[in-house]
Ligand binder design. Structure first.
Ligand code: HEC
Length: 132
């Protein structure tokens, strides 16, 4: 928790203090961000019939933008929200049905371990801070 709330700055998005109703934290602030998670090559969507996915392997998940562009009064916000996904809860994030069960993380399951994901986030945040 010291790293989570301190050096890691994870609590900027995954809120770790009790809610205003006094209930334990949900570890999300319910906002949306684009962390730049790579496409998952195992995603079956890339190889479905082109009548469903005409872009095939070049398809990029529009995230929040996909919803916004379909609602006339929000469509003007779609471009600014391209690729954003809601900050998920981290409650029971490592819970699995049995030992050895491989979990996948983030909206497309790109990461297969928490270790991979945390390395990615730390790298992404340090590049961001250095303006790269
Ligand atoms: C800028 C806001 C932000 C910060 C800071 C942040 N996260 Fe996240 N986190 C997100 C978002 C948004 C997602 C979902 C990304 C996606 O699916 O594309 C996510 C996903 C995750 C997931 C995957 C959960 C699941 O069930 O798939 C874990 C675990 C996680 N973050 C842990 C961390 C840790 C640990 C830190 C600090 C080192 C951190 N996050 C910092 C916004 C943030």
């Amino acid at each position: 928790m010291e790293l989570f709330n301190g050096k890691g700055k994870c609590n900027l998005c995954h809120k770790s203090e009790a809610n205003s109703d006094g209930k334990p934290p949900l570890f999300t602030d319910f906002t949306y961000d684009n962390l730049g998670i790579p496409g998952n090559p195992d995603n079956p969507w890339y190889s479905v019939d082109p009548s469903f996915n005409p872009e095939g392997k070049n398809w990029v998940d529009p995230g929040l933008a996909d919803f916004l562009k379909k609602v006339p009064q929000y469509a003007m916000f779609a471009d600014d929200n391209f690729g954003k996904h809601q900050v998920p809860t981290l409650r029971n994030v490592d819970k699995r049905p049995q030992k050895g069960f491989v979990k996948t993380y983030c909206h497309n399951g790109y990461f297969k371990s928490l270790e991979e994901l945390v390395h990615f986030i730390i790298l992404a945040m340090s590049c961001h801070q250095q303006g790269k």
